[in-house]
Design a protein around this ligand. Structure first.
Ligand SMILES: [Zn+2]
Length: 138
C-alpha cells in the first residue's frame, strides 16, 4: 500500500491509499479518483507540503548557482593557467616590467597583497583580482 497526498483543483488536499503507484496511475488516467470534498476528478498527487517544497527548492537553487559560479571560476583559472605565465610572488615586479618596458604583451598571473594591488592600480597598471578557486574543493 502507498499513501499519496492528493490535491484537488478546488484547493483541498486529502490523503488516499493505493495498492501501488501503478494502480494510482491507472485510476488517475481512467479518472476514477475523486475529490472527497467536491467529487471532482481534477486531482493530482502532491508529493510534499508546499512550504517544505519551496524551502528545498530555494536551497537547491542556491547550491546550483554556487556550483555554476565555481565552474565558471574554475574555467577562468584553467584559461589563465593555460595562456598566462605564473610569476608567483614576483607578480608586482613582473607586472611593472611589462607596464613600463612594454617588452612583452604576454599575460602573467601571480600573487600580490591587497596593498601591492592598490599600488599597481594607482600607477595606472591594469590588474584584475579574481577569486582563485581550489580545484580539489567540492
Ligand atoms: Zn475538490
Amino acid at each position: 500500500m502507498i499513501k499519496y497526498n492528493l490535491v484537488c483543483k478546488c484547493g483541498k488536499t486529502f490523503a488516499s491509499w493505493f495498492s501501488s503507484s501503478d494502480s494510482y496511475d491507472m485510476l488517475w488516467k481512467k479518472k476514477l479518483i475523486n475529490c472527497i470534498y467536491c467529487n471532482s476528478t481534477s486531482v493530482k498527487k502532491s508529493v510534499m507540503a508546499p512550504n517544505l517544497f519551496s524551502k528545498a527548492n530555494k536551497i537547491s537553487k542556491n547550491t546550483k548557482l554556487k556550483r555554476k559560479m565555481k565552474k565558471q571560476l574554475l574555467n577562468l583559472r584553467k584559461y589563465i593557467e593555460k595562456n598566462c605565465k605564473n610569476v608567483g610572488d614576483n607578480f608586482p615586479h613582473e607586472v611593472r616590467n611589462i607596464h613600463y618596458d612594454k617588452k612583452t604583451s604576454e599575460g602573467i598571473y601571480g600573487v600580490a597583497t591587497p596593498e601591492e594591488t592598490a599600488e599597481l592600480i594607482d600607477e595606472g597598471i591594469d590588474v584584475t583580482t579574481i577569486p582563485w578557486v581550489n580545484k580539489s574543493e567540492n
